[in-house]
Write a protein that binds this ligand. Structure first.
Ligand code: ADP
Ligand code: ZN
Length: 220
C-alpha cells in the first residue's frame, strides 16, 4: 500500500522539518518544489534565471514550471509513497497532482494542514538557516546547531540562509499564500482529506500529532 501525503501551510509553518522526519521514520520520498526550484536556479539555465528572480521577490513560480518538475520526479522515482512539501500551492496545481497520481493508479491519502499564527512566522522565517549539504533545518533561537557553524547531522560547515528569508519577501510570500494557496484548505476539506495539526507546538510534538494521523509506520 502506498501513502501519499501533502503538507500544507504558510511559509515557516515547518513543512520541510516535518517532511524530513517522515522520511526518516517511514519509507517515503520528500518532494519539495522549493528545493527543486533552488536546484534549478543554480543550474545556470534560462529557466533557472527566471525562477531565481521570482523566488527572491517571494512570488509564486508559474504552474507550468512546478507541475513539470513534479511530473518528472513522479515518473523517475520509485517509493512507498510521497510527501509533497510546498506543492500544490494553487488550485491548478492541486488538480494537476490529482491527474498525475490517478494516472499512476494512486491518490492523496491525507493533507496535513499545519496551523500557525502569522505573528510566529516572521520570527520563524527570519531565524532560519539550513545545511547546504544534507538539508537539515535550524533556527537561531529554537533549534540552533550544537556547535556554531557546523551541521549536527553531517558535520558540514556549509550552513546557509535563504535569499527570500527576509521580512520584505515574507510579506509577499504570505500574501501569495492567502490569495493562492489557502483556498486549497477548502478544496481538500471538501474532498475529506484535510487533517489540521497545531504547528505552533514544538517539533517533536507536531511530529507526534502527524504520526497519530497517519498511523504506525509500515515496517521497511
Ligand atoms: P516556504 O514554504 O518556506 O516559503 P519553499 O522552499 O517551499 O518555502 O518555497 C520557496 C519559493 O519557491 C516560494 O516562495 C516560490 O517562489 C517557489 N515555489 C515553491 N514551491 C512552489 C509551487 N508549488 N508553486 C509555485 N512556486 C513555488
Ligand atoms: Zn548537514
Amino acid at each position: 500500500m502506498t501513502t501519499n501525503i501533502i503538507l500544507l501551510g504558510p511559509p515557516g509553518a515547518g513543512k520541510g522539518t516535518q517532511a524530513r522526519r517522515l522520511v526518516e521514520e517511514r519509507d517515503l520520498v520528500q518532494l519539495s518544489t522549493g528545493d527543486m526550484l533552488r536546484e534549478a536556479r543554480t543550474s545556470g539555465t534560462e529557466m533557472g534565471k527566471v525562477v531565481a528572480e521570482v523566488m527572491d521577490k517571494g512570488q509564486l513560480v508559474t504552474d507550468e514550471i512546478v507541475i513539470g518538475l513534479i511530473r518528472e520526479k513522479l515518473e523517475d522515482t520509485k517509493a512507498a509513497g510521497f510527501i509533497f512539501d510546498g506543492f500544490p500551492r494553487t488550485l491548478r496545481q492541486a488538480d494537476a497532482l490529482e491527474d498525475l497520481l490517478s494516472g499512476m493508479g494512486q491518490k492523496i491519502d491525507a493533507v496535513i494542514e499545519m496551523q500557525v499564527d502569522d505573528g510566529a512566522l516572521v520570527d520563524r522565517v527570519s531565524g532560519r538557516y539550513t545545511c547546504g549539504n544534507c538539508g537539515e533545518v535550524y533556527h537561531d533561537t529554537t533549534r540552533p546547531s550544537a556547535k556554531e557553524g557546523v551541521c549536527d547531522v553531517c558535520g558540514s560547515t556549509d550552513l546557509r540562509r535563504r535569499a527570500d528569508d527576509n521580512a520584505e519577501s515574507l510579506k509577499t510570500r504570505l500574501l501569495e499564500y492567502y490569495k493562492k494557496t489557502s483556498p486549497l484548505i477548502g478544496y481538500y476539506y471538501a474532498k475529506q482529506k484535510l487533517r489540521p495539526v497545531d504547528a505552533l507546538a514544538e517539533i517533536g510534538k507536531v511530529g507526534h500529532e502527524i504520526a497519530g494521523i497517519l498511523g504506525q509506520p509500515v515496517e521497511a
